[in-house]
Design a protein around this ligand. Sequence first.
Ligand SMILES: *Cc1c(COP(=O)(O)O)cnc(C)c1O
Length: 352
Amino acid sequence: MKLTFAPGPSKVYDKLPEYMQDAYREGILSANHRSAVFMDLYQETETLFREKLHLPEDYKLLFTSSATENWEIIAQSVVESAAYHIFSGSFGKKWYDYAKHIEPKTHAHRIAPDETIDVASLEIGPEFDLISITQNETSNATQVRGNIIAEIANKYPDKIIAVDTTSSMGGIELNFQKADIWYASVQKCFGLPAGLGVLLVSPRAIAKAEAKGEKGRYNSLNFMLENAVQYQTHYTPNVFGIYLLKRVLKDLKEIQHVESRLVTRMRKLEDAIAKTTKFRMLVQNAEARSTTVLAVEGRGEFISQIKKAAEKEGMQLGGGYGPLKPTSFRIANFPAITDAEMDNLIQFLKQY
Ligand SMILES: *Cc1c(COP(=O)(O)O)cnc(C)c1O
């Protein structure tokens, strides 16, 4: 089996076979989603979000099918006038496209990958009631730091802030208090098979959804919240995925320790790339660079060469995303990848 460094779907935790066996043995796979067994599982998972990831007491955990579904839920069930989207890459652009399909007045504020958001010069008018931020842009390996999200929140206290942390939640510490909506899917930093999304909402976001009163769709947020109050879901959910998520969280160290491990490793990875002659980091500005995904740029022939050489060593590098595909590759610095595996990759990179 090749070890994948692709940033999603990504390497799953080594303990997955054990968790899967346990799910079968414990009988959870046939549990009814209105039963106490499921309600306990939901509640325990939410408690683990608070203990391990520091989710505030008054934020609610909801289960969805993917981050993509969360894009649509936010536009459909929370935005009342229009959303203001700030992004630098393909995932941010896709979120904007979904939102614009629902509300044509949706605004796109593009920044360059090497740029950080200049909060002082932001001018977001009263016609926008929600600000969308792609915190970790997986396509170009950039990240919006927590202090910038906090500055935006301070500048616009009346607007709802929604944050895409699909490829960072479970890997770095997020200051949930600074925004109302946070979401992810589990095939990135949570080291799990795809097919489950999580959506975390603040009391303010819940009140906003209630004020909007959007109802009647299978994934209307109000409908989801009505069920979530009793730790139930409105349709038969991915119980297996939720169980696996609970087990991953249970075995996870508290998030600040996970983050410091990833930060140390990223520094080593970046050093290794800086020392190569054929490659360089796609994002030159260190302040804009992600903690959990590294994008490396080089001439097309070198990119295909190194990918092939890595395959021979039993490693799969992540491909470049979208337009960056021929001239870049990406490396997931996700927690499920062990330090020994990362050291191996770093040794391999040092040959270049
Ligand atoms: C992967 C990813 C998504 C999409 O996730 P799905 O689970 O495929 O819907 C959205 N946003 C970001 C930043 C991502 O990395």
